[in-house]
Structure formats: structure tokens, C-alpha cells
Design a protein around this ligand. Structure first.
Ligand code: KDG
Ligand code: MG
Length: 402
């Protein structure tokens, strides 16, 4: 079997998605997600100009060799654009392998390790009362794990609080909108949110929270300590993780579990975090961390150090990524949880898929490969829309992390 063509499909059924389709001389094709939120066309160009021409004529069964060729062969290693492009190829090749074998991807990885993939949903509100109502709604839908975010008194907007009750989409302007951030207002408010959740709902549900990279390590230590009575499942991205050693300081002060890694693209980004047991969950996922082939390597390293997986699953990761991630989650021995933000009905129509949700768990389905396809005719009706993630400034105007 030989690869005969590769095509990049960019569409925007409510938000932008970049999808790679790899075709073969035997009529079997595979799909990979290549969406990098706010930088979509950089990956599309990388694929079209630098990767697809090098794939033509290769044997699609040689997944590992092609991964190594693309990673080592570029000379310029790592980085989100390169690794997203490699991930798209890798995912499409696993899809092809599954279709050739007539097996779902989780069977190729080693088979099922669990009956369902526990997912967490997003309960967001403009204030604590509204967030509590959303937690109740998710609990009513059967979710076992729920992420809670709320607006902060004195701040006009913040990460994680949607304008729309069903669908949260932060990349909503062609030129990045500007938010204002105050660490002290945030730190005063957040413990009240989790106290209110435990008072109303007790301790039956796993409760999660995303700090979205906004604290320093010592502030993160303070927050983790303040949240200990509410027994969070995790505190996510408490501080930017370029300095992996910084997490030692957080660990000295709190036993609140820590999840990091949605922006990681290689195992090197989390090597110290994992081997020094500075985190409890690694958030890397298929599209941003080099595909199934590389994510599997990260998971194996993590397993040695009692770190579990918690794959990123925001709406900017396409259904193709979600499908592949659910197969990975079904197999991976050290699974923790999978993030699940529903896609819009328009997105689901463009990407028909075999996966489904039921009572707090997702199931990848048994279609060969990852079980997600694209309706290209429908996709063509939703052309690319330039859109960027917001930026953050402190109250004095200094740039901060969004
Ligand atoms: O593109 C950025 C989003 O994926 C990110 O802001 C979502 O932090 C996020 C999460 O935990 O889902
Ligand atoms: Mg996050």
C-alpha cells in the first residue's frame, strides 16, 4: 500500500478546524486533526508545503518510521506548529491501519482497559449562584466529574465563563480581545466557590478547576492549600510550566492534586514534572502532542511515576481528535479522566462520529480506525474565519498570561 495524496481541509462550522486527509492507492483513507487554535493556517501551510510532498509514495503502515522521519528530519524539533502537523499525519495513519485491519484503534493499542471513559463537563457561571446551577445541571446529566469556573467580582470577564450556556468559545475575535486580570481578586473569590459547591452537593462528585496559568508558584501553593478542605480532583495549570522546577514550590505547600500539559507538545515539556512527581495528571493530547505515537510514550513515562492522563478536550480540538483520544483513553492503563466540551450541532454534522456520551462516560464505538469522518461538501459551506484567543493585562496595563 502507498500514500497517493494528502489534503488539508480548513472549515469553520462555528469555529475553525484544520483536518488532514491522507489517501492511498487501495482506496482507504485516514483523517487527522491539525487544529491549533488561533494559528490554524500556520499548521495548514506546514502540512501543505513541507509534509505532504514528503509522504507521497510511502507505506502508510510504517507509522513509527514516518513519525521519526518527520520529527528528526525537520532538524527544527518540537514546537506547537510542527508537532500539530506530525500529530495529524500520525492520527491519519493509525486511522488507516485500523481500517486495513478492520479493527477499532483501541484494539490496535492493546485492547480495552475499561468499560467507559470518565469525562468531565464544564459548569460555568457569571457568579457563584449561576455556577452552582450549572453544576446541578451537569450532575443531572449524569456527569461524575465536573469542572467549575465562575466570574470574579470586580473583573469584567475571565477565562472559562461563557456568554453561551451550552458552548464556550474563547477565540471570538479576529484581533485578540483584551481582558483585565487581578490575582488578589481571584484568590479571594475562588475558595468561596468551592465551599459553596461542597455545601450544596456534598462530596459525591469529582470537582475540578482550571487556573489557566495565572498564578506564580507561591500563589498557587496558597490556592492549593486554601482548596484542600474541598478535596478537588485537580487544580489545573496553576502556573505556566516552562519552568518545570517551579512546581517543587507548589508541592511543598499543598496536597491538592495538580494537572498540567494542555499546551505541551513533547515528552520533554513534562519530563521533570513527571519524573519528580510534581504533577498528578498530564493533560497532553493527541493533536498537540505528536499524535497517538508520541502521547503513548508520554503515558508510559507517566505510569512509572503514578501520574495519570487527563487529555485536553476543549472545543478547539476537533471531533477527529476527540475520537482518537477516546480510543487512547479506552486503552491507556494509567487513565485519569477525559475533558469533554460538547461541539455544536454544526460541528457534529460536519464530523459524523462513532463515539457517544452516556451517564458520565464516553465510548469510542467499534468502527474501524478512530471512527470519525468528515462531510467535505458540508465543510465547504463553512469557510475559515480569522479568530484569535484573548489576551490578559493586569489592572495597571501590564501584559499577563491569558
Ligand atoms: O485553545 C485554548 C483552549 O483549548 C483552552 O483555553 C481550554 O484551558 C482550556 C481547557 O482546559 O479546556
Ligand atoms: Mg485548561
Amino acid at each position: 500500500m502507498k500514500i497517493t495524496a494528502g489534503r488539508v481541509i480548513v472549515c469553520s462550522p462555528g469555529r475553525n478546524f484544520v483536518t488532514l486527509r491522507i489517501e492511498t492507492d487501495e482506496g482507504i483513507d485516514g483523517l487527522g486533526d491539525a487544529t491549533l487554535n488561533g494559528r490554524e493556517l500556520a499548521v495548514a501551510t506546514y502540512l501543505t508545503e513541507h509534509i505532504i510532498p514528503a509522504l507521497i509514495g510511502r507505506d502508510p503502515a510504517m507509522i513509527e518510521d514516518i513519525w521519526q522521519y518527520l520529527y528528526r528530519g525537520a532538524y527544527w524539533r518540537r514546537g506547537p506548529v510542527t508537532m500539530c502537523a506530525i500529530a495529524a499525519v500520525d492520527t491519519a495513519l493509525w486511522d488507516i491501519k485500523g481500517k486495513v485491519a478492520r479493527l477499532p484503534l483501541y484494539q490496535l493499542l492493546g485492547g480495552r482497559s475499561r468499560d467507559g471513559v470518565m469525562v468531565y463537563g464544564h459548569a460555568n457561571g457569571k457568579d457563584i449562584d449561576e455556577t452552582l446551577d450549572e453544576v446541578a445541571r451537569y450532575a443531572g446529566l449524569g456527569y461524575k466529574a465536573i469542572r467549575a469556573q465562575s466570574g470574579i467580582p470586580g473583573l469584567a470577564s475571565t477565562y472559562g465563563v461563557s456568554k453561551d450556556r451550552m458552548y464556550y468559545e474563547p477565540a471570538d475575535a479576529a484581533i485578540a480581545s483584551e481582558n483585565v486580570w487581578s490575582t488578589s481578586k481571584y484568590l479571594d473569590h475562588v475558595p468561596k466557590l468551592f465551599e459553596a459547591i461542597r455545601v450544596r452537593f456534598g462530596f459525591e462528585h469529582h470537582i475540578l478547576h482550571d487556573v489557566h496559568h495565572r498564578l506564580t508558584p507561591i500563589e498557587a501553593g496558597r490556592l492549593g492549600k486554601a482548596l484542600e478542605p474541598y478535596r478537588l480532583f485537580w487544580m489545573e495549570d496553576p502556573t505556566p510550566a516552562e519552568n518545570q522546577e517551579g512546581f517543587r514550590l507548589i508541592r511543598q505547600h499543598t496536597v491538592t492534586p495538580i494537572a498540567v500539559g494542555e499546551v505541551f507538545n513533547t515528552i520533554h515539556d513534562c519530563q521533570t514534572l513527571i519524573t519528580e512527581q510534581l504533577i498528578d495528571f498530564v493533560r497532553a493530547t493527541v493533536v498537540h502532542a505528536g499524535g497517538i505515537t508520541h502521547l503513548r510514550r508520554i503515558a508510559h513515562l507517566a505510569e512509572l511515576y503514578h501520574v495519570r492522563t487527563g487529555c485536553h478536550g476543549a472545543t478547539d480540538l476537533s471531533p477527529v481528535c476527540m475520537g482518537a483520544a477516546l480510543h487512547f483513553d479506552t486503552w491507556v492503563p494509567n487513565f485519569g479522566v477525559q475533558e469533554y466540551m460538547r461541539h455544536t450541532p454544526e460541528t457534529d454534522a460536519v464530523f459524523p462520529h462513532a463515539y457517544w456520551y452516556d451517564q458520565g462516560y464516553m465510548h469510542p464505538g467499534d468502527a474501524p480506525g478512530h471512527g470519525v469522518v468528515i462531510d467535505e461538501k458540508l465543510a465547504a459551506k463553512y469557510p475559515y474565519q480569522p479568530s484569535a484567543l484573548p489576551v490578559n493585562r493586569l489592572e495597571d496595563g501590564s501584559m499577563w498570561n491569558w
